[in-house]
Design a protein around this ligand. Structure first.
Ligand code: ASP
Ligand code: MG
Length: 437
């Protein structure tokens, strides 16, 4: 059994939805996980923000009218016999948004509002599949995907879903949305539909999870900053996980984990060019060129703690880490010397409190505006000259931190964001020239 997830641009218009249905017919039966049509979640998020600010009825009404136009147009272009049923679904979802916005009750309302995008795409797409004569069942994801500290899927409830597929049909469900610990509708965070697909795939023991977007798989470098990047045919779970975490936009960073645990391959494909091979991510060693890819993540803050108390002391790092843990702020890179420790975080929201507590341990410096550039490939320390090769390729870019030796597949470099593009280009030029597949 396959799980196929289509992102917002892949279902962004009636024409695109048609193309998705063509792909499904080619791929055969499967579980289909959909995002909201592109732009929808942003619009819904803005409605929720206006509603929470109060007194922004005009802005909310304008955004709602925009959504209505977009969805009604999609209904008209997509459906014939089931057009009325589809229009009712649109009216109903938008009425729910309007009423939650009008009597806004904090986070609960916000969650209901931003859930409507996925609910709508899946409703319309299921009707379309049926109109095309396919057997399609619409499943409500919050009934079996549970969010919270650690997201999980109720595999027993999913069984009915598997039955539809076994019968040669399509089980269509929403990405992103789930039920929260309070039993109310919730979500897995922005971009979370990939993660939904992976969780569902893992719970079903799927043969493959396919993530369909609008680019030809994972590229060896960031096409926004570097010219001449190329898609990578195959990569290992560990490489993909590091790249997704450190900035590759194609995949939500949590996606790989559930599939890696169950050994389920993840295939990244382009719905605009379905014949392109895409990228296959699996637990198999890939071989080939020694460097696989580079990604960059901006918005990184460095925190430096310098303390004479660290000298020959034990338990110092534990005290530092405990402070970050208390404020639920994950740490990415770490470098230590005898009297100082530097670490990086990608969220500044609790940093004032964290810095105040760290100040009790030593002198604290906080520096924003950095980027992590992560290179993955065969970076085993036993291989002579790898570190030198990477450092030489980095060239004249000033590096603030280097993390090498923790993983045999990656090296992470920290630089001021103004040097990020230069670093990506230098690495591309020196380490990837002539490798295009
Ligand atoms: N629609 C959600 C978002 O825009 C989830 C997703 O697309 O993955 O964040
Ligand atoms: Mg996405």
């Amino acid at each position: 059994m396959k799980v196929l997830k289509f992102g917002g641009t892949s279902v962004g218009s009636a024409a695109h939805m048609r193309r998705v249905a063509d792909i499904l017919v080619r791929e055969g039966a499967g579980v289909v996980v959909l995002s909201a049509m592109s732009g929808t979640t942003d619009a819904l998020q803005r409605i929720a923000s206006f509603a929470s600010a109060g007194g922004c009825d005009r802005e909310v009404a304008l955004l709602l009218a925009g959504l209505k136009r977009k969805y009604m147009r999609c209904v008209e272009e997509l459906l014939v016999g089931r057009r009325e049923e589809a229009s009712r679904a649109v009216e109903c979802a938008l009425a729910r948004v309007a009423s939650q916005a009008a009597s806004y009750a904090g986070e609960v309302s916000q969650r209901v509002i931003i859930a409507q995008g996925e609910l709508l795409t899946t409703a319309l797409f299921t009707l379309y599949l049926r109109e095309r004569g396919c057997r399609a069942e619409l499943l409500h994801a919050p009934a079996f995907v549970h969010g919270g500290e650690e997201a999980r899927v109720d595999a027993v409830r999913l069984r009915s879903l598997a039955e539809v597929v076994a019968d040669g049909g399509y089980a269509v469900t929403q990405g992103f949305i789930c039920s929260g610990p309070d039993g109310m509708i919730d979500n897995l965070g922005r971009g979370g539909s990939d993660y939904s697909a992976a969780l569902i795939g893992a719970a079903l023991g799927a043969d493959e999870v396919q993530i369909w977007t609008d680019i030809d798989g994972m590229h060896n470098n960031d096409p926004r900053y570097v010219e001449g990047t190329f898609p990578i045919r195959r990569m290992h779970f560990d490489e993909a996980a590091e790249l997704a975490y450190f900035g590759a936009k194609i995949l939500h960073p949590s996606t790989i984990q559930p599939c890696r645990e169950r050994g389920i391959p993840v295939l990244l494909k382009n719905s605009m060019a379905p014949d392109a091979p895409g990228t296959l991510i699996s637990g198999e060693e890939v071989g080939g060129p020694r460097y696989r890819a580079v990604a960059a993540k901006d918005g990184i803050t460095v925190v430096r703690i310098c303390s004479a108390r660290m000298l020959m002391a034990y338990g110092f790092l534990r005290r530092v880490f405990e402070i970050f843990e208390r404020y639920r702020t994950p740490i990415d890179m770490i470098a230590t010397s005898e009297v100082a420790v530097s670490l990086t975080v990608d969220s500044d929201c609790r940093l004032t409190e964290i810095a105040a507590e760290l100040a009790l341990l030593g002198t604290v410096e906080v520096e924003t505006g950095n980027s992590i550039v992560c290179l993955v490939g065969e970076l085993e320390h036993a291989r002579q000259g790898r570190a030198r090769e990477v450092m030489e390729a980095a060239g004249d870019v000033p590096l603030k931190m280097i993390s090498y030796g923790a993983s045999r597949r990656s090296i992470a470099l920290l630089t001021d964001t103004r040097y990020r593009t230069r670093l990506l280009r230098n690495l591309n030029e020196k380490l990837f020239a002539g490798y295009a597949e």
